[in-house]
Write a protein that binds this ligand. Structure first.
Ligand SMILES: *Cc1c(COP(=O)(O)O)cnc(C)c1O
Length: 368
């Protein structure tokens, strides 16, 4: 039996006619950039996320860059984030000329440890970028409290947690700006790249709408220097249709996660991911900590089970960040996680038979 890490064929099959029809409309209008579907999708996202403004852009990476620029963060500024995340979280901080300052994560949730943030704050600190890793929000209550106390901005990197909630609030709408990615493998994936900023602040929204078109307003007049980062109308057409299924997809991922919790809890060589009380997860990934991780990875792959290591090298040890002068041991929890984590298939269309096979194979691996 084959169990892929993600089955886009199964995801698209039932909705493909609707998507084709919506894309056809774009071919008729030829409004390839910021066409009517972009606006429609932005409005649907406002309702879905219960937020005042949704600003589509070209990628999740650009969404963070736009958020940083909108908040006036650049040269000589420091931005606090986690070293255990996808590269873009810190790459964008560097890209706007600021310095990424890392704070270690918690060993059970993999999210930034709020208790370690204050020690990293200096007079140059301007913002915190918590990441809602694998679909579970970081501890936004504590993070917002620290940010308020030190007058810092908060950008939620919510590329992996669209629609998930912390304490009843939709993740990505709690800080000053939240960012989303529509990379094809995210919970709401486009047929290419796409991203979005969310905010409840009217001024920031106005600025973000301008920044994604080179900061122009009116046309050919520029108050700020922005980017060319529009959301393609074809991608908006795809996302518009797919958004209608997102809630049911997230529910299915949760159900699949539940099934793993029930059936893997007795395997002593692995620890299952922990969701804290105030948070929920939409399980963009189901990530275990496993003994003999690399062998398990090989074993599962030899049985045609898709699995992956997110992430094999923490950001403070990346070659491009050597100038930050970090060494091994600086963020021991993140470093240990890179050696222990393994993500197994949890996508919505996974069948019970496939899940049983994954469970059986993991148990088989540890029985000898
Ligand atoms: C995917 C991802 C991004 C970047 O999104 P793109 O759309 O690929 O540019 C940023 N941060 C995190 C945590 C991600 O997982």
């Amino acid at each position: 039996m084959q169990v892929p890490m993600l089955d886009l064929n199964a995801q698209y099959e039932p909705i493909m006619p609707e998507i084709r029809a919506e894309i056809e409309k774009v071919f008729s209008s030829h409004a390839y950039k910021l066409g009517p579907q972009v606006k429609e999708f932005e409005e649907d996202m406002q309702s879905f996320c219960n937020v005042k403004h949704a600003i589509g852009c070209a990628s999740g990476t650009d969404a963070i860059v736009l958020a940083l620029i909108a908040l006036g963060i650049g040269e000589d500024d420091e931005v606090i984030t986690t070293p255990f995340t996808f590269f873009a979280t810190a790459g964008t901080i560097y890209r706007v000329g600021a310095k990424p300052v890392f704070v270690d994560v918690k060993p059970d949730t993999f999210n930034i440890d709020p208790d370690k943030i204050e020690a990293a704050i200096t007079t140059k600190t301007k913002a915190i970028i918590p990441v809602h890793l694998f679909g579970q929000p970081a501890e936004m209550d504590k993070i917002m409290q620290i940010a308020g106390k030190h007058k810092l901005k908060v950008i939620e990197d919510n590329a992996q947690g669209i629609g998930t909630k912390f304490d009843g609030n939709v993740a990505g709408t709690i800080g000053d700006i939240g960012t989303l990615s529509f990379f094809p493998s995210k919970n709401l994936g486009a047929m290419g790249d796409g991203g979005m900023c969310l905010t409840n602040d009217d001024d920031l929204a106005g600025k973000l709408f301008q920044l994604r078109v080179h900061g122009e307003n009116p046309q050919y007049y520029h108050k700020w220097v922005g980017l060319n980062s529009r959301l393609d109308t074809i991608q908006a057409a795809v996302l518009l249709v797919k958004l209608r299924s997102l809630q049911s997809w997230s529910d299915a991922r949760r159900k699949n996660a539940e099934y793993y919790y029930k059936n893997l809890e007795n395997v002593s060589q692995i620890s299952l991911p922990v969701t804290i009380k105030k948070a929920e997860s939409i399980f963009n990934q189901f990530t275990l900590k496993a003994e003999r991780r690399d062998e398990l990875l090989e074993y599962l792959r030899s049985k045609d089970i898709g699995c992956a290591v997110y992430y094999p090298l923490p950001l403070h040890l990346q070659e491009c960040f050597t100038y930050l002068d970090h060494k091994k041991g600086d963020f021991p929890i993140s470093e240990e996680l890179t050696e222990k984590v393994i993500s197994i298939p949890v996508y919505s269309e996974l069948t019970k038979e496939q899940q049983d096979f994954v469970i059986k194979t993991i148990k088989q691996f540890y029985s000898h």
